[in-house]
Design a binder for this molecule. Structure first.
Ligand code: MRU
Length: 372
């Protein structure tokens, strides 16, 4: 198993690979670290769909660069032919994963900038600029979320006079963005500030993204404990958790949060036991077109094989071991929606916002697209 963080971001441009994008292949982590070259939009779509890149922010940035790769392929075309190709690429990318808003947000932002440009070189430069802006904003937003979350951790440390116990779910760490992460940014900030913390990392079956968070924590030297999902209610009930930070894949204008399956149960346990539950996300995850998260957010259903089998690596060989008898049917909803009444606060790069329709509208007036 590798404990080596060889790169400090998930996606980047490398002069040694012109006209391509480089990514960390997250399918191999935490067992192996490998980088991958993505040279065209189809490969980027496969990378997103098969979760070589994953996590809302990282998916959005990858889609932004996917559109740049598509623009490269339109070099010799005038506006009308290029626009057809760009719209096809946009559809291909958007179809890969339905829940994380960042994906369609990034694709739409590229389309807004790229359509009707007649000159191929100008089109490519514009696409590159937009992709880089999306990436830079992701990094800056997560950094800012870290500063805001740090204030909460500092307050708790001063009040309790001991190590602050933080719980997180899935991986909303730097692997799920470009750098820093959203749920993890306050943890890294606390470490830099010298505030003692301990992090409970939930396994997050079926794909065990918690193992990615544990890999991040181990690489960063942050004290942490890995728990199976079923143990989370127990540690919360026993007072072992002071604060919870999760990420988000889509947030509705009412403050409802779609996040990795199991988030809702953690929020229920937190609410029942008076533990503050914060959701951290860049504003690119806020969906101006949804209000009732439970009724309106599409939940990705993934292959049931992920539930009926455990994937790992043994002696350098990737294996998928069955854990139920053949023929057992299974379902695999990848996300759930936590209603805003269970959420203590939303942390974005704009600040700390109450999870209420009124507070979201006040913090994001530029997102209000209908009378909600
Ligand atoms: O299915 P994934 O791995 O792409 O899921 C995304 C997540 O890691 C979590 O839901 C996370 O908390 C939000 S993404 C920043």
């Amino acid at each position: 198993m590798t404990n080596i963080r060889q790169k400090d971001q998930t996606i980047w441009l490398d002069p040694d690979y012109p006209d391509a994008v480089r990514i960390i292949d997250q399918r191999l982590l935490p067992h192996n670290y490998a980088e991958m070259t993505v040279g065209n939009v189809e490969t980027m779509a496969v990378a997103i769909k098969t979760m070589a890149v994953r996590g809302a922010g990282c998916i959005g940035v990858s889609a932004g660069f996917g559109m740049y790769l598509a623009a490269l392929e339109t070099k010799g075309l005038g506006a009308s032919q290029a626009d057809v190709r760009l719209k096809e690429a946009a559809e291909t990318l958007t179809a890969t994963r339905p829940t994380a808003t960042n994906l369609s947000w990034a694709v739409d932002r590229q389309l807004d900038g790229l359509l009707n440009i007649d000159d191929g070189s100008a089109r490519i430069q514009t696409a590159l600029g937009i992709a880089q802006d999306i990436m830079d904003e992701d990094i800056a937003s997560c950094h800012r979320i870290g500063e805001i979350g740090l204030r909460l951790i500092r307050e708790l440390h001063e009040k309790l006079g001991r190590t602050v116990n933080i719980l997180t779910h899935c991986n909303a760490g730097w692997l799920a963005f470009v750098k820093h992460g959203s749920a993890t940014a306050p943890m890294y900030a606390a470490q830099r500030a010298g505030i003692p913390i301990h992090v409970f990392v939930g396994e997050s079956r079926p794909r065990n993204q918690g193992a990615l968070t544990a890999w991040e924590m181990r690489n960063a030297g942050i004290d942490h404990t890995y728990l199976v999902d079923s143990a989370i209610g127990h540690v919360i009930q026993r007072g072992e958790v002071d604060i919870i930070f999760t990420g988000a894949d889509r947030v509705s204008m009412s403050g409802d949060v779609a996040n990795k399956i199991g988030t809702y149960l953690r929020a229920l346990a937190a609410n029942e036991n008076g533990v503050p539950f914060y959701v951290n996300f860049p504003s690119s995850t806020l969906d101006p077109y949804s209000f009732d998260g439970i009724g309106e957010i599409e939940i990705e259903e993934r292959d049931s094989d992920e539930v009926t089998h455990i994937r790992s690596e043994i002696d350098g060989k990737r294996v998928a071991a069955p854990i139920v008898s053949a023929g057992t049917s299974a379902r695999n909803p990848a996300f759930d929606v936590t209603p805003h009444r269970l959420i203590t606060g939303l942390i974005t790069e704009r600040g700390l916002c109450e999870a209420t329709p009124e507070a979201v509208a006040a913090s994001f007036p530029d997102y209000v697209v209908r009378g909600s």
